[in-house]
Ligand binder design. Structure first.
Ligand SMILES: Nc1ncnc2c1ncn2[C@@H]1O[C@H](COP(=O)(O)OP(=O)(O)OP(=O)(O)O)[C@@H](O)[C@H]1O
Length: 681
């Protein structure tokens, strides 16, 4: 077809060329442009008497003007049809790809945003809806689909996702119903199916967070969305990892999923890259070995006049609470502090935030001298590791991050799941983030409870849980609101107690088990006598065997192994274990007896002041008094399935016990009425 300008144009423009059009493209003078070079369909520009047709390539625009209105209209129709013929392949394949993806699995918000962007870009190439009446139906249909996708808002996305989730719940109903003794709750099922890039399950104790995590693995396997080799399940502590392996093996009947601690993961990554296992220093494996080594180095350093003067000044000025203690005791105190500081200092040096920015301006003088005392020990320690070709746990994390970031390690895990996420420290968060980012559609699924964050002293940073999306990006947070472990009495008391701190995230807690009786009982007096009377009562009144945890803030307050064995022999129906509050995390027993609830030094809440250098190297402290100790009490109480027994010191009761009494918590007062008790306190 030949397109010619109106004859009037020859009075205004010199070059009165014509334009030829065919199925391949257009030809103006000796320039040929293929339709495929035109990123946008031909367009019309309307003037008062004449119109022009615009052809646009990536590089330039060609405007063929001086066309009568009628000629322009028919030329536009033909050119657009030719253009559409060649561009429809791309359009249809985009639509096909999006449709497959949308119907295949859970539609992620990130995927939907990408689809919207792609749809808008594609639609912008095509004429408006009113101008495509003469196009083939297949083209019209594809354009309609893209218009639909691009017009969705978040609510519509949510509706679409809910529809998918409901379908999956229906399809895998038997699986979800049989995983636990009761069907998984609606929220648990939703959490299993929801498959955003970042997923956070935030819920209180005993709500089945770990069960949900395992449930999700099983669901993804059952629905063929993943294979066992694509999972990485992370737990804190080898005991928790072993327990998780057992639960996965029992519930999902597979032993081929990678379940490990962060340290084991670090070892695995380094071994994969270096083709041999690194030598992990004994100092990392055994705290006492490290402390002894620090002691030896400290003794050598104290033989140097300069170091000794500084240490003496430090002891006299800052360890004055221990005025009466001798030089050796203070040296021991310093060794313990240096032991705590070493790893944190090393990570702070590695961290993106420079060490200087972490150091507070407060207590600058004390921080300075603590750094001066630490620095030579740190250098000796690093030299020791180099000389002996050994690494520590901090090196394991630092090296692993490096190997992932520089691609020396290629992650095989598309689904990373982390239990007890509230215990995570920044370097570990960096490690899993780097792993997830390596895999194109990798997901992160973390379960945690800010109410159970009790490891700040090891570097755990609860703000990584409370501000999860700031760190990891767009996140779907699901809360589980039904606890299966304990009854409403334990739940109400523990929840009310932990929520006194306004910084804790508010969570609704329903209980599977209901009782009208108070199931948190208070006893005063001597730990030992009370302990026996409680154990004897439980033993005599129980029909079947019962598991009992005796819990305390510090290990030395607990009965030793011999005593526990004796107790187990005496009370035949009971299976008694003694644990610190920290060690009881993640575990459960029928009844819990909490001892050592006294005030003051080595009491509960712990009131020990920490060094300002240590404080600055740890994640930011909370302003609420005893925030972490309060959460520890929550953790201890919520280990119980049926009943909590609290034994407190009458002379120096823990301020937490005073609080329970003063605020009329619905607890059971044994052998004592409230009034005399209040007098005692
Ligand atoms: N849907 C369910 N039906 C019945 N029991 C369940 C259900 N979900 C979880 N449980 C049980 O509830 C108990 C607590 O579950 P789980 O250990 O997964 O909780 P959690 O939230 O991880 O607890 P914590 O935070 O205290 O470690 C377990 O005994 C588990 O088997």
């Amino acid at each position: 077809m030949q397109l010619t300008r109106h004859w009037i144009s020859k009075f205004f423009i010199k070059n009165h060329v014509s334009l030829s059009i065919d199925a391949q493209g257009i030809q103006i003078d000796n320039i040929h442009i293929n339709w495929l070079e035109m990123s946008i369909s031909p367009n019309i520009n309307k003037g008062l008497f004449f119109n022009s047709i615009e052809f646009q390539t990536n590089k330039s625009k060609y405007n063929f003007n001086w066309l009568s209105k009628k000629t322009a209209r028919s030329a536009l129709k033909i050119t657009r049809q030719y253009w559409a013929q060649l561009h429809q392949t791309r359009l249809h394949s985009l639509v096909k790809k999006q449709k497959i993806e949308i119907n295949k699995s859970y539609l992620r918000k990130g995927t939907w945003l990408t689809f919207q962007q792609q749809a808008l870009t594609e639609l912008n190439r095509w004429p408006l809806i009113i101008d495509i009446y003469h196009f083939e139906d297949t083209i019209k249909k594809s354009l309609k689909f893209l218009r639909h996708i691009s017009s969705w808002n978040e609510k519509q996305l949510g509706t679409f996702q809910s529809k998918y989730i409901n379908n999956q719940r229906e399809k895998y109903r038997d699986y979800f119903n049989c995983l636990e003794s009761n069907p998984l709750t609606d929220k648990q099922q939703i959490a299993c199916i929801t498959n955003e890039q970042n997923n956070l399950i935030l819920a209180g104790a005993g709500t089945g967070k770990t069960s949900t995590m395992i449930g999700r693995v099983g669901y993804l396997l059952k629905s063929n969305q993943a294979t066992t080799s694509e999972f990485l399940l992370l737990a804190f502590g080898s005991h928790a990892a072993e327990e998780m392996k057992l639960r996965v093996s029992n519930k999902l009947k597979t032993n081929s999923i990678k379940i490990c601690t962060f340290h084991a993961l670090g070892l695995y990554i380094i071994k994969s890259v270096e083709s041999k296992s690194p030598n992990v220093t004994n100092m990392a494996k055994n705290e006492q070995v490290k402390l002894d080594w620090i002691h030896t180095q400290l003794t050598k350093l104290l033989a140097q006049e300069n170091y000794k003067t500084k240490a003496q000044y430090y002891f006299d000025t800052y360890l004055n609470a221990h005025k009466n203690t001798d030089f050796d005791s203070k040296k021991h105190e310093l060794a313990k502090l240096l032991n705590q500081l070493l790893g944190l200092y090393k990570l702070a040096l590695f961290n993106v935030n420079s060490l200087q920015s972490r150091l507070t301006q407060q207590n600058k003088a004390q921080i300075t001298i603590e750094l001066e005392l630490l620095s030579p020990i740190y250098q000796l320690y690093q030299q020791y590791l180099v000389d002996n070709n050994e690494i520590d746990f901090e090196d394991m994390i630092i090296k692993s991050i490096k190997y992932i970031k520089n691609q020396q390690f290629k992650s095989p895990w598309r689904h990373i799941l982390v239990d007890e996420f509230q215990d995570i420290s920044e370097p570990r968060a960096q490690l899993i983030k780097a792993l997830r980012e390596q895999v194109v559609d990798g997901t992160l699924f973390c379960v945690g409870d800010d109410w159970q964050a009790i490891y700040r002293f090891t570097g755990a940073d609860v703000s990584l849980t409370t501000r999860f999306d700031t760190y990891f990006g767009t996140t779907k947070t699901t809360s589980l609101d039904k606890t299966f472990r304990f009854n409403n009495s334990i739940s109400d008391i523990a929840t009310q107690f932990v929520m006194q701190n306004p910084e804790q995230l508010n969570k609704k807690m329903l209980t599977h088990i209901h009782t009208k009786q108070p199931k948190v009982s208070l006893y005063h007096g001597d730990n030992n006598t009370r302990l026996h009377s409680i154990l004897s009562t439980i033993n005599n009144t129980s029909k079947e065997s019962k598991s009992i945890y005796i819990l305390a803030r510090y290990k030395y307050l607990l009965p030793n192994t011999t005593t526990i064995n004796q107790l187990n022999n005496t009370y035949k129906k009971l299976n008694i274990n003694a644990l610190t509050f920290h060690a009881s995390k993640g575990k459960e027993a029928d009844k819990v007896i909490i001892i050592g609830l006294k005030n003051g030094k080595s009491g509960f809440p712990a009131q020990k002041k920490i060094s300002p250098l240590l404080d600055s190297l740890l994640p930011k402290n909370e302003s609420y008094r005893y925030a972490e100790e309060r959460r520890l009490f929550y953790v201890a109480m919520t280990r119980a399935k049926h009943q909590v027994h609290l034994i407190f010191d009458t002379h120096k009761p823990s301020i937490f016990i005073t609080e329970l009494i003063d605020n009329n918590y619905a607890i059971e007062y044994n052998e004592i009425s409230t009034e005399p008790l209040k007098e005692v306190i």
